[in-house]
Write a protein of this length. Structure first.
Lengths: 494, 189
């Protein structure tokens, strides 16, 4: 308890507090402006944190994370255009409610549900992450390697669209992580094609900014003439009544718990959490036919769950160094840039950073509620700023962001190249989430496998003879086979 | 599968397979490990083989889809886009994206060569790109405004004025903030 209180004491001092406030505000803006995603704004902010204290840098980024997931509801409700993919389900009921003359109420329900989701998942974050990290410290290299493999398969199998494309995306990310000097082979360069700049490998930031920001910019420019439907805004009903709180309490708690546990699963982000919570709320409702027509329960289920995934996804990140979502993969990158080793030893080696992150998560949720309820009207005006003014400055930030880490133009070219590649991946419906998570996890998986083989003199058998690696392998196989089995059963029935 | 996506898949998968073959060739002669049996080569090779396998599956699916839709019928995506274009006047602008990328390459090239400082190059780049995305009308109106001093042109010229303000503030503002506050060594020209 004492370290947690110290964490709070830290984030309540002026600089960290202002950074969390700034992060949350910018995150909300990013979430609310169509074409700017949470991953994009966090990837672009990462270079600005190089000279910051790591705890402060992580606090700023977590504020953005919370803000971006929450801000998406504004566009989802007023424009039927989810500001972030996590708010897709909110459009089903938020927009019809706003169109029926109750935009304030739709936003009020969403803001309150986001707040409750964030708080409930934060409680889980506090309770679960330390025991899980203690468990993870007992993992040997083979346990870790098979856990990472399982995470990769899980990410690919539940990412949107085809599972084969999800797997392809993850494998591509892993391959991109391979070039560079191989420390385990006596500093011998591999896959560098004699390009000196590749000896250090492809940088995390140029790849991240390219894949998430530049590819999105290209897509936004292609669609720049697209007109959006919009509704008039009023703040009436922005604060939920006591009756609403009472009516929606069970829905909020259930959806928040669903969102938290889905967030814990590696690589599964807020969009899946909100879909599952929405479907569950609909299936358990006495009036399922009202869902999709501007129903309170739909907004509450979607928004509680997507915000709850934030705290949930931070659990495997803090406890095991495994990203719970794409944004968590960027946060792992932030830790590495500040020379902090993510993983189970984080609680032992850098407890002050862990508790600063946990405290910042709670503070960001409180600030998000305050900012959203007080200024949602003004924020919503930003949605209608012409994209011709917004996109070019973001492109300049991308260039600076890629250049800033090493002062190398090679990184800028890498960023532009991955931007184009990411755009074509998206056009072919290849999800980008597994790509980035594969890129972050591949070096960990390879290092663990090779150190395990060093310990066993090249013997692979512990993967199948030790209980935990065997369980992880079996789950991976099941995850791979299950969709094909289901397809086969359906075709037989058909 | 949508035939238009199948067509895109074929091009992308062929590109990825070619890249993986390059990886396999480059990694073939890597020496074996000194302290462990695996060495540097097998992991990238295994990943490249997995990727090629997955690409072949996607290619096969795409070819089957295209064979089933041999007649050039309009896809659901194309029909939806056409309906949207008819309803709202929206047209996708892929060539705008190509042009912006080309200008971005030029911008980075000029910065790399160090011909001018970051502030100047960025201001010009931003102004050019914003005006390009806004279209010709605001530029024409702005030129009319400054040549005729006729206030009637102001509403149409306003976006061009905003573009100038954004470009100057962003160009020189970024140069100041990133060099003086965040200590990024931006090119000075």
């Amino acid at each position: 308890m004492a370290p947690l209180l110290e964490g709070f004491a830290h984030v309540l001092t002026p600089v960290p507090f202002l950074l969390v406030l700034l992060g949350t505000f910018l995150g909300i803006l990013g979430g609310a402006i169509p074409g700017i995603t949470g991953a994009m704004i966090i990837a672009l902010t990462l270079p600005l944190t190089f000279n910051m204290d790591p705890g402060n840098a992580l606090s700023l980024l977590i504020g953005m994370y919370v803000g971006a997931i929450s801000g998406g509801l504004i566009t989802a409700t007023l424009m039927r255009m989810p500001g972030t993919p996590a708010a897709v389900m909110t459009t089903f009921d938020g927009y019809p409610m706003a169109r029926s003359g109750r935009p304030g109420r739709a936003l009020g329900l969403g803001i309150a549900a986001s707040f409750v989701g964030g708080i409930i998942s934060w409680v889980f974050l506090v309770l679960v992450s330390e025991p899980l990290s203690v468990l993870a410290t007992r993992f040997g290299p083979f346990e870790y390697f098979t856990l990472v493999v399982m995470a990769m398969v899980l990410i690919a199998s539940v990412s949107q669209g085809s599972m084969v494309k999800g797997l392809l995306s993850g494998a591509l990310g892993m391959l991109i992580a391979m070039p560079g000097v191989d420390p385990a082979a006596g500093g011998f360069p591999r896959l560098t094609w004699d390009v000196l700049y590749l000896n250090g490998g492809l940088g995390l930031l140029p790849v991240l900014i390219g894949v998430f920001a530049v590819s999105q910019l290209i897509a936004d420019i292609v669609d720049i003439e697209r007109k959006v439907e919009r509704t008039k805004f009023s703040t009436k009903g922005i604060l939920m009544s006591l009756k609403d709180w009472k009516d929606q309490a069970w829905n909020m708690i259930r959806s928040s718990v669903i969102g938290t546990w889905i967030g814990i699963l590696p690589g599964i982000g807020a969009n899946i959490g909100s879909i599952v919570a929405y479907t569950t709320a609909k299936n358990m409702s006495k009036t399922p036919e009202k869902f999709g027509t501007g129903y309170d329960g739909g907004i509450v289920a979607s928004e509680s769950a997507n915000n709850a995934t934030v705290g949930g996804a931070l659990i495997p990140l803090i406890a095991m160094g495994i990203p719970g979502s794409v944004i968590d993969a960027i946060l792992i990158g932030a830790l590495m840039i500040h020379a902090i080793q993510p993983g189970p030893t984080l609680f032992i080696n850098n407890p002050e950073i862990v508790y600063a992150m946990i405290s910042a998560c709670l503070l960001a949720n409180l600030l998000m509620y305050g900012i959203m309820t007080s200024s949602v009207g003004k924020i919503s005006q930003l949605m209608f700023v012409p994209r011709a003014y917004v996109l070019p400055p973001i492109l300049v930030f991308c260039v600076i962001g890629a250049f800033a880490l090493n002062n190398l133009f090679f990184d800028v070219w890498v960023m532009l190249g991955f931007g184009v590649f990411g755009y074509f991946l998206e056009r072919s419906k290849v999800p980008l989430g597994p790509f980035v998570i594969g890129f972050v996890l591949a070096p960990i998986a390879e290092a663990k496998l090779r150190s395990g083989l060093m310990m066993t003199a090249g013997d692979f058998s512990p993967i199948f003879t030790r209980p935990l690696p065997l369980i992880f392998v079996l789950i991976s196989i099941m995850l791979l086979v299950w969709p094909f089995y289901q397809q086969w059963r359906q075709s037989r029935k058909g | 599968m949508d035939p238009s996506i199948a067509k895109r898949d074929i091009g992308l998968m062929l590109f990825i397979i070619a890249a993986c073959i390059a990886v396999l060739v480059e990694s073939w002669d890597l020496p074996p490990g000194t302290f462990e049996p695996l060495g540097s080569g097998p992991v990238p090779q295994a990943i490249a083989f997995v990727i090629i396998g997955l690409c072949l599956i996607i290619l096969l699916r795409a070819l089957i889809t295209l064979a089933r839709h041999a007649a050039p019928t309009k896809t659901e995506e194309q029909l939806a886009l056409e309906a949207e274009a008819a309803a709202s006047g929206f047209h996708a602008r892929p060539w705008s994206a190509v042009a912006v990328l080309a200008f971005s390459g030029l911008y980075v090239g000029i910065l790399y060569l160090g011909l001018f400082g970051f502030g100047v190059v960025t201001t010009v780049f931003l102004l050019f790109i914003i005006l390009f995305l806004l279209g010709a009308a605001p530029v024409r109106a702005f030129l009319s405004l400054i040549t005729s001093f006729d206030r009637a042109h102001w509403p149409a010229a306003k976006p061009a004025v905003i573009a100038i303000v954004i470009s100057v503030v962003m160009g020189f503002g970024c140069e100041f903030i990133f060099t003086e506050v965040f200590y990024v060594d931006l090119p000075t020209g």
